[in-house]
Design a binder for this molecule. Structure first.
Ligand code: ADP
Ligand code: ADP
Length: 221
């Protein structure tokens, strides 16, 4: 059974004439690693937000297994987001006054799921940030900040990892490192990963590549 299914998804923003998403259909199996490539403004972020329960579509459905996300009320949708989805953005959105360790653990703790020292230590090790656990975001390079954001998204082991241009702000070396961490989450933890990118080289690193053009999604490059 697919983990995520989008059916006839349409999103038209208020005041906009053309839909940002125009009847998108998509099926993703558990454990897939998918990249969605396309130019700026083609609708990639809009799709990612709808798959993650962040925004509501104008029409159409998104299903997580057999739950229709947009039949849920706001409280239920918020629970879905916190429990099932890890979101990673281009701009890392770290809290400047919190340390690396605190940035990684706070969202999970706010959700009532304390992170054990063992879990945190393992995550810091995987991220290569053990020596930086007490550093503040301003003391880190861009690549390191993005690794913190990845740790924050992955610490409570979400079934689905959604990354919006996670390498958009990084050089090639750091981009490779971020993709390696996302592949690790996919292969070792079995997490389903969807990465959106405008960079064909980044897109090519997935088993499955889809292309977004003017709100239309097609299979392949
Ligand atoms: P991409 O991620 O591929 O750059 P987006 O999904 O961000 O594309 O945008 C798709 C289209 O929707 C663009 O025309 C964009 O201007 C428009 N759009 C995105 N977000 C909003 C918004 N909050 N309000 C109005 N229009 C938006
Ligand atoms: P990486 O390639 O690991 O992301 P860089 O090569 O950019 O990191 O940085 C090398 C070292 O310099 C890192 O250990 C990092 O902590 C430090 N560093 C980078 N940028 C900053 C900064 N703005 N402030 C303080 N230290 C920094």
């Amino acid at each position: 059974m697919p983990i995520l299914t989008a059916t006839d998804l349409v999103k038209t923003y208020p005041e906009e004439e053309r839909p940002a998403l125009d009847h998108v259909n998509l099926t993703i199996e558990p454990g897939e690693f998918v990249t969605i490539v396309g130019p700026s403004g083609s609708g990639k972020s809009t799709l990612l937000h709808l798959l993650g329960g962040v925004d509501r579509p104008t029409s159409g459905q998104v299903q997580l297994y057999d739950t229709d996300l947009y039949q849920l009320n706001e409280t239920q949708l918020a629970i879905f987001r916190r429990r099932q989805v890890g979101l990673i953005y281009q701009f890392f959105n770290l809290i400047p006054s919190l340390t690396v360790a605190e940035n990684i653990t706070l969202p999970s703790e706010l959700d009532g799921k304390p992170v054990s020292e063992g879990q945190l230590a393992l995550m810091l090790d995987q991220l290569g940030l053990t020596a930086k656990r007490n550093a503040l975001p301003a003391q880190l390079s861009g690549g390191q900040q993005q690794r913190v954001a990845i740790g924050r998204a992955l610490i409570n082991e979400p079934a689905i990892v959604l990354a919006d241009e996670p390498t958009g702000n990084l050089d090639q070396h750091n981009s490779q490192e971020i993709m390696r961490l996302l592949h690790y989450a996919n292969v070792k933890q079995g997490q389903t990963v969807i990465v959106i990118t405008h960079d064909p080289q980044v897109a090519a690193q997935a088993q499955r590549v889809m292309t977004m053009t003017d709100g239309h999604l097609t299979e392949g490059r």
